[in-house]
Design a protein around this ligand. Structure first.
Ligand SMILES: Cc1ncc(COP(=O)(O)O)c(C=O)c1O
Length: 326
């Protein structure tokens, strides 16, 4: 079951069945929560958490936006995440840190309600389907728009804001698509229900800017770095919807979706209708590093193996560059 095992709940581990909340919890009524989604990958040296400091940083940013005072330091949350992976004995897993308002008020100012923190871990395979990473996914442009500036706070990963994502996901499923891409309030491409989007045309990678109501994706940043590593120019700029139809390649990035090619949009094939070379190159880099086949040259992995120091960085890949070159 997703979220079984031991859950870190307000400072200690409890069996999942005991990590429960009262129905008076503010977050249940009004979406007053913030959360993260993180993956730990199986490497030759045990499980390693991907981009842990970046995710912890965004969790605190989300709390700041939502005026939540977290009763733990970033170092404590970081250690608790590593502990949760280790305690549950996962080789690889998805990690869901969740900060939510518990009981205390039914009023709309949430600050009279308690602040509760949970860290849930569970094994999770390919989010968009087993074949998606190679074959690509069929998507639609959603009829749902991302929130207009000043109507929500997309830079925060805030629970209540995920109602829009749920509308996008349900609409896509009901129409037989794997995912939907939402436009922003101005009609420019924004993002998927749980993924950022990249569009490749004529050897240049384009992706919507933060002002396009996107979540500042950790994987998006990773992929921007990898694109620069492999010498692909990038432009962060507003993108017209039809760019999806004239693109050579489109791909999603996200912790859950990892790097997944899009093979059609609104039933129109993207490029040749299969994964393109830049997508494949970025996947090779991404999975090479996360699976420990390539050196962790940017220091993105934090060991969560049995003997690991809490939050110790993994040095190099399964085989370091020095080892491989001799
Ligand atoms: C709405 C939304 N956009 C983009 C992303 C991708 O972000 P990340 O790469 O940090 O997982 C996510 C997933 O967290 C998301 O929920």
């Amino acid at each position: 079951m997703a979220g079984g095992g031991q859950i870190w709940f307000n400072g200690r581990f409890v069996p999942a069945a005991q990590a429960v909340v009262p129905v008076t919890a503010h977050a249940l009524h009004y979406g007053s929560s913030v959360f993260e989604g993180i993956r730990a990958y199986a490497t030759g040296r045990g499980p390693a958490v991907f981009c842990l400091p970046q995710h912890v940083r965004r969790l605190y940013d989300s709390c700041r936006i939502f005026r939540i005072d977290l009763p733990y330091s970033p170092a404590q949350i970081t250690a608790a995440i590593v502990d949760a992976v280790r305690t549950n004995g996962h080789a690889s897993c998805y990690i869901r840190p969740l900060v939510f308002r518990g009981p205390g008020t039914f009023g709309l100012d949430p600050r009279k309600a308690s602040v509760e923190v949970a860290i849930i871990t569970f094994p999770w395979g390919r989010y968009l389907g087993q074949d998606a990473v190679e074959q690509g996914v069929d998507v639609m442009v959603s009829s749902w728009r991302r929130a207009a500036p000043g109507t929500a706070a997309p830079m925060g990963k805030i629970g209540g804001q995920y109602v829009t994502s749920q509308f996008i996901a349900m609409e896509a499923a009901d129409h037989g698509f794997v995912e939907g891409i939402a436009l922003d309030a101005q009609g420019f491409i924004s993002e998927g229900s749980g993924e950022n989007v990249f569009v490749v045309k004529d050897g240049v990678a384009h992706t919507p800017p933060l002002s396009g109501a996107i979540l500042p994706g950790v994987t998006r940043s990773v992929v921007l770095t990898l694109l620069s590593d492999v010498g692909v120019p990038v432009r962060e700029e507003p993108l017209l919807r039809e760019f999806l139809h004239v693109a050579d390649e489109v791909f999603f990035t996200g912790t859950a979706a990892e790097v997944t090619p899009v093979r059609s949009v609104d039933r129109i094939p993207v490029g040749a209708g299969r994964r393109g070379p830049i997508t494949a190159n970025i996947q090779e880099q991404f999975f090479g590093i996360t699976e420990g086949r390539l050196p962790d040259r940017h220091g993105w992995l934090t060991s969560a193996g049995a003997g690991a120091e809490a939050a110790a960085p993994v040095r190099g890949g399964a085989q370091s560059a020095a080892e491989r070159t001799g």
